[in-house]
Design a protein around this ligand. Structure first.
Ligand code: FMN
Ligand code: SF4
Ligand code: SF4
Length: 292
């Protein structure tokens, strides 16, 4: 990502163990007579693997400031049982207390998010936290306008035919399926009830450049981290596909969400302090798995 910048090796500290060479899958690190050196043919993607793996702490990287690196425990920091409990504790929270989430806390969650893997270490994810109540209202209004138009289009025989020609019967049938739920949300919106963001004090968005072929995947891994970090802080989240899907079609909604030109919105999350207590997990259908 950061071009030709390469790591630096402290020759005195290097014990020629070769770990950094094995860790660098981009063929940047090579063993020389006195020490490992970044003299290979590959291009460094600033993944930091060589820095992380060196038992002598002999490698630094100009593109990775020291303060962004921390020591790690020798074994997994969290046992499986604890982690499984955290996974089960995460719920889609749809009731929030009227209580602020501080900027510091949001930044802490984003720090957890960006520990996720990303395609070619692009880290192309970008985040927006919308807290301003007027801005949140504008998002709800823009989404309501989009869905109002969609429902009207589905009910107009001529427009419907045009939609079938464009999306196929199945595509329009899919819209018919969600129409009753959309009507409920829009009726609630007219009554001044929030069934879109569920009254959460924060709407957190993750977007990435449309040009990044792995931008969506990477952003989703990051948001997964963030959702679990939120649980560990006592916060609740809810993924709002109701907003991400139309953001690809409605310029008004994109504007209300502040998604910049050339970027694709990959996730929208309600975030806040839960006003609900869960006493047990919800259970899941048995996963369909094939081990081949
Ligand atoms: C991609 C995606 C989109 C979702 N969109 C919405 C949404 O628009 N509104 C909502 O209330 N919940 C939404 N959800 C939450 C799901 O309904 C929820 O994850 C599912 O029912 C399982 O419940 P749990 O998250 O509590 O385990 C979405 C979840 C995902 C993963
Ligand atoms: S930062 Fe990653 S790509 Fe660059 S030299 Fe180290 S291991 Fe190789
Ligand atoms: S991992 Fe560290 S000690 Fe081992 S070869 Fe590389 S620079 Fe030298």
């Amino acid at each position: 990502m950061e071009g030709a910048v390469r790591p630096e090796v402290d020759e005195e500290a290097c014990i020629l163990c070769g770990q950094c060479v094995r860790a660098c899958s981009f063929e940047v690190m090579k063993l020389r007579k006195r020490s490992a050196q970044p003299r290979g043919i590959g291009e460094c993607i600033v993944c930091g693997q060589c820095v992380a793996v060196c038992p002598q702490n002999a490698i630094s990287h100009p593109a990775i400031p020291d303060e962004r690196i921390s020591g790690l425990p020798a074994t997994a920091a969290v046992g499986y049982d604890e982690l499984a409990a955290l996974f089960s504790q995460r719920r889609s929270v749809r009731r929030y207390r009227d209580e602020e989430v501080s900027d510091e806390l949001i930044l802490e969650l984003i720090a957890a998010a960006v520990m996720a893997p990303s395609g070619h270490n692009q880290q192309s994810w970008q985040f927006i936290a919308i807290k301003d109540p007027d801005e949140l209202a504008a998002v709800r209004d823009a989404a309501a306008a989009f869905y109002g138009g969609l429902l009207a289009a589905l009910e107009d025989p001529q427009i419907r035919q045009g939609m079938i020609a464009e999306m196929g019967e199945e595509g329009v049938a899919g819209l018919d399926e969600i129409a009753p739920a959309v009507k409920l949300i829009l009726r609630a919106h007219e009554r001044g009830e929030d069934r879109m963001i569920w009254g959460a004090p924060v709407l957190l968005l993750a977007h990435a450049p449309a040009s990044d072929p792995t931008g969506a995947e990477s952003a989703h891994y990051a948001v997964g981290n963030l959702m679990l970090a939120a649980v560990s802080k006592g916060l609740g989240t809810c993924a709002i596909g109701f907003l991400t899907v139309p953001a690809g079609f409605s310029p008004e909604l994109r504007e209300a969400l502040h998604v910049p030109e050339g970027q694709t919105l990959h996730a929208a999350l309600a975030l806040g302090w839960p006003d609900v207590t869960y006493y047990r997990s919800t259970g899941r259908r048995e996963a369909q798995v094939r081990i081949i």
